[in-house]
Design a protein. Structure first.
Lengths: 395, 551
């Protein structure tokens, strides 16, 4: 009898478990559609145009047995317009035979017009949807976001993969949804990388004039609205300021004969220390970078330390000017796009509280940048002397 | 010898009155021994016996009693003869269990050929006092029921007319398997002998390894009809006396009519009879048994089975193999970690697959997700049903291959593997990832060196799978919580089942997290008692000879 009692107790406990919320959210993997990318545009009628891109697993060759070879691209997109994002999402979902799973989304691409109007709605939607991961990358399209979704993948299986890799391998800034949401605390000022789009003919593709995507500018936002962008050269400055720099190639003229030398970045670190002066907020940015010589047209002796010191200082100036360019731009538009305010908050928490509400104006008027750049050229490559010197010596 | 200690058997020949008298001496726990309490167990007895004490000393009377008892026992032989002209004798023995030729050579010749006529008493006295029989040990017995026990155990009974003492000669002969390689606990480097069915041989195998008078073997008998010999084996001075007493008191509760294997005993003395986990370790290896005795554990050896049981046991011990102690310690440690990891795989892999693929697909790397998704595109069943189906097929295959006659077993596994692995995937009934998961799980469960523990995990896999299929990762977490709750409360003869992890005994980790080299394991595990833990005097790490002694 005691056993029966105990069994009943266990059965009751198990039944209680079934009242947990997760129990009924079971969806088989083949009844889901896994979103790759989310593309948001303005619609003509003032609403939103939502485009989602997803892979088609039944057209992927892996794991298939029997049947003919799959035809067509293994991915597709669906576009719907709605009065807001949720409306557009619902319209897409009601047309699809499978359930949308946001959990696998990798990037959100915002149309330029949409970004200029303000990215508040998408941030709200993304923050509320529990399945959407916070570390998905944000991008701004040069025109319409939907154009980006039909880029031709060459090295990847899916178009979105290409764009995601830009951020992942730090070819450009990697601004995530989390960064955007965090920036709301500082007035919604953020820097989101922009893509470029063009038509080109690629040998491997049948059709001419396929869409080609690259990355170039960085869009600057103020109060969640895009109001400007930073051009290519200063883009690196943004990444240095945000300590997101990983790989870059800098080409500078040699200090001896003005011929070009190219250096690739092997390691860099940025430290920022704010100094709260009465009339200014000075941000002391210390960059320690190590470079590797990848090509030299100059006849400079790369083995001579004193010569290379000069080259190093040229590189230092180059980095400094880029960071300053990026900083100047953000001051111009009066937005703390690089979240420098965060350092003030950490170092001067009590003072920060007073100026917090007025930070954007304070930033525009009183923020100053001090850059200390230390560049070391660590490696010269496998060659001791440039070919030019060897040739001239022979003569 | 200390009082209450059992005299060790010196030869392989069991004594006539068995453990009855001796076990009764062994302690109060054994007063309730099967044989002594037989009088109260009439209800279970197949024959309504004549009370043994009412049988007189007359040969005829005794013979009648024996004939009645052994009625319709076609293998009982009654052999009356007349010795020295006038002395009427009867031999009773069981055909096939006794070595009659030897008996004739050594005993019967002596009795028949002794010239002068003497009465039975003189004859017995001559044999007993002057050792004039070439038999090492024989017993005198006056009670007929005890004699009957002995006859059924393979002794030859010699009765004389008008003489109260009967003689019992231990001429038992037994067909037994020779010592062979272990069936389930194979090692690459290490001894290859294993226990057989005969307990005396088994005891010899053990005694050969531990040549110490501290190795105590207490003889007990269980089973109203089988009268199975059971030895309680331990190292005196190493084994905690409390443990010995606990085992004895639990053993004293046993009351059953037949013991055909060690599990009969095991199920009677377990701590938690409803637990799915084994609470005693079995082994068929004498070296494993000896090793565990030296650690301070206690063993129960049962006649008629090569499987001996040991207690206490912890979960970690089920993941250790005898091989660990014979290989080098780096390799052993690595293999151990492998086992620990794959124990989890064997228990949880299908459940994780079900939970993640149906509830949390975004947890998978995206290419894997797409591969799984593509493979599942055409499968008709939900992941849970698919997994249950495949796991069931795998279990059936395993059981089938195990039970089938040996030549057929091979073909079962081949056909089963082909049918399930190839055809089912090609037909689109199951998905390829699921086949991979199930096979990995199956292989992982073979990594567990102890079959009974592996069985527990195989069994627990199914409820976890169902929970995972209905509740996702929450289901797995709940099942893990339930299992760990059970494991934490589980004890094996007072030793916490999860020790030395819970409770945390860091010094025992030398034989858990790693397999420390032998010279570093200078202390016995504290599992079974803190006393007398020293194994060696100091850490005797081998080293090169120092400079002063170098050549």
């Amino acid at each position: 009898l005691r056993i029966i009692k105990r069994l009943l107790l266990i059965a009751c406990m198990l039944l209680l478990i079934f009242s947990l919320t997760a129990c009924w959210s079971r969806v088989e993997i083949n009844n889901r559609v896994f979103i790759n990318g989310i593309f948001v545009d303005n619609a003509e009628n003032g609403g939103v145009e939502l485009t989602i891109a997803f892979p088609l697993p039944n057209r992927l060759t892996a794991g298939q047995s029997g049947g003919g070879a799959p035809t067509g691209a293994p991915y597709s997109i669906v576009t719907k317009q709605g009065v807001n994002l949720a409306d557009a999402y619902f319209k897409i979902q009601s047309d699809l035979s499978k359930e949308i799973n946001w959990g696998t989304a990798e990037l959100i691409v915002l149309g330029k017009a949409y970004a200029e109007q303000g990215i508040g709605p998408i941030l709200e939607f993304a923050a509320r949807e529990p399945n959407l991961h916070l570390n998905i990358y944000m991008f701004v399209a040069p025109r319409k976001a939907k154009e980006i979704s039909i880029v031709t993948p060459i090295l990847e299986r899916f178009p979105q993969e290409i764009i995601r890799k830009y951020a992942r391998s730090r070819n450009t800034m990697d601004t995530t949804l989390k960064d955007c949401l965090a920036s709301i605390n500082y007035g919604g000022d953020i820097a989101i990388p922009m893509l470029t789009i063009g038509k080109t003919t690629i040998k491997s593709e049948d059709k001419p004039n396929v869409t080609w995507v690259g990355n170039d500018n960085i869009a600057l936002f103020r109060n969640t609205r895009m109001i400007g962008d930073i051009q290519s050269a200063d883009r690196l400055g943004v990444m240095w300021l945000k300590n997101r720099m990983r790989n870059a190639v800098l080409t500078v003229p040699s200090p001896t004969d003005g011929k070009l030398m190219s250096f690739s970045l092997s390691r860099t670190q940025t430290k920022i220390k704010p100094i709260w002066d009465t009339d200014a907020y000075r941000f002391r940015v210390t960059v320690n970078a190590q470079f590797m010589l990848i090509s030299s047209e100059s006849s400079i002796d790369v083995k001579a330390p004193e010569e290379m010191k000069k080259v190093e200082s040229v590189l230092e100036k180059e980095i400094q000017s880029r960071m300053e360019g990026a900083f100047k731009k953000s001051k111009q538009i009066g937005a703390d796009n690089y979240q420098l305010g965060e350092y003030l908050k950490i170092y001067y928490p009590s003072k920060w509280k007073k100026i917090k509400a007025d930070w954007q104006r304070e930033y525009q008027n009183k923020a100053m940048l001090e850059t200390i750049v230390d560049v070391k050229i660590r490696r010269n490559g496998a060659e001791k002397k440039p070919i030019w010197i060897q040739i001239s010596n022979r003569r | 010898l200390r009082r209450g200690k059992i005299k060790l058997k010196q030869t392989g020949i069991p004594s006539a009155n068995g453990g009855t008298g001796e076990a009764a001496k062994a302690g109060s726990h054994f007063s309730n021994n099967r044989i002594t309490s037989e009088g109260q167990r009439k209800d279970l007895s197949p024959v309504d016996r004549l009370p043994a004490h009412s049988v007189g000393y007359e040969l005829g009377e005794r013979l009648d009693w024996f004939r009645l008892e052994l009625e319709r026992c076609s293998d009982a032989i009654f052999h009356p003869f007349v010795a020295q002209g006038s002395l009427h004798c009867v031999l009773i023995y069981m055909k096939g269990m006794t070595d009659v030729d030897m008996f004739q050579e050594t005993v019967l010749k002596g009795i028949l050929s002794s010239g002068n006529t003497e009465c039975a008493t003189d004859l017995i006295r001559r044999m007993v006092e002057f050792q004039q029989v070439a038999v090492m040990s024989f017993k005198q017995e006056t009670e007929v029921d005890k004699s009957l026990e002995a006859v059924l155990d393979g002794h030859i009974l010699l009765m004389f007319d008008g003489e109260p003492n009967m003689l019992l000669f231990p001429f038992s002969k037994m067909e037994k398997r020779s010592v062979s390689e272990p069936f389930s606990e194979n090692v690459v480097r290490g001894p290859r002998d294993s226990f057989i069915e005969d307990i005396q041989t088994n005891l010899t195998l053990l005694r050969r390894r531990i040549k110490s008078s501290s190795l105590k073997t207490e003889e007990l008998h269980y089973g109203l009809h089988t009268k199975t010999t059971v030895y309680l084996v331990y190292m005196e001075g190493i084994c905690e006396p409390r443990l010995i007493n606990e085992v004895k008191s639990r053993l004293s509760r046993i009351d059953l009519d037949g013991v055909l294997g060690s599990s009969y005993i095991e199920e009677y003395i377990e701590d938690n009879p409803y637990s799915p986990f084994p609470q005693m370790q079995y082994t068929e290896r004498p070296d494993t048994l000896a090793g565990s005795l030296l650690e301070g554990r206690i063993a129960i050896m049962v006649d008629g089975t090569p499987i001996q049981i040991m207690a206490p046991v912890t979960l970690i011990m089920f993941l250790h193999s005898a091989e660990d102690y014979y290989q080098r310690f780096y390799q052993s440690t690595w293999i151990r970690w492998l086992r620990y990891m794959f124990m989890a795989v064997s228990l949880l892999m299908p459940s994780f697959y079900i939970a993640i693929s149906t509830f949390h697909p975004e947890m998978l790397p995206r290419n894997l997700l797409l591969a799984v998704s593509a493979a599942r595109e055409i499968t008709p069943f939900p992941a849970l049903v698919e997994a249950l189906f495949l796991e069931l097929m795998f279990e059936v295959l395993r059981e089938g291959a195990l039970r089938a006659p040996k030549p057929v077993g091979q073909s079962i596994s081949i056909v089963g593997g082909l049918v399930i692995g190839q055809a089912a995937v090609q037909a689109g009934i199951v998905s390829a990832p699921m086949v991979i998961i199930v096979s990995v799980t199956g292989i992982a469960s073979f990594v567990i060196p102890h079959f009974d523990f592996g069985l527990s995990l195989r069994l627990l896999r199914f409820p976890i799978m169902i929970l995972a299929g209905t509740m996702g990762l929450i289901g797995i977490v709940i099942s893990m919580i339930l299992i760990s709750m059970h494991l934490i409360t589980l004890r094996s003869f007072g030793t916490p089942y999860l020790s030395p992890l819970t409770p945390f005994w860091p010094e025992d980790f030398k034989d858990v997290a790693i397999r420390a080299p032998w010279w570093a394991m200078d202390k016995r595990p504290s599992l079974y008692g803190k006393k007398n833990r020293k194994r060696a005097d100091a850490i005797l790490r081998p080293s090169l000879p120092g400079e002063e002694e170098g050549d």
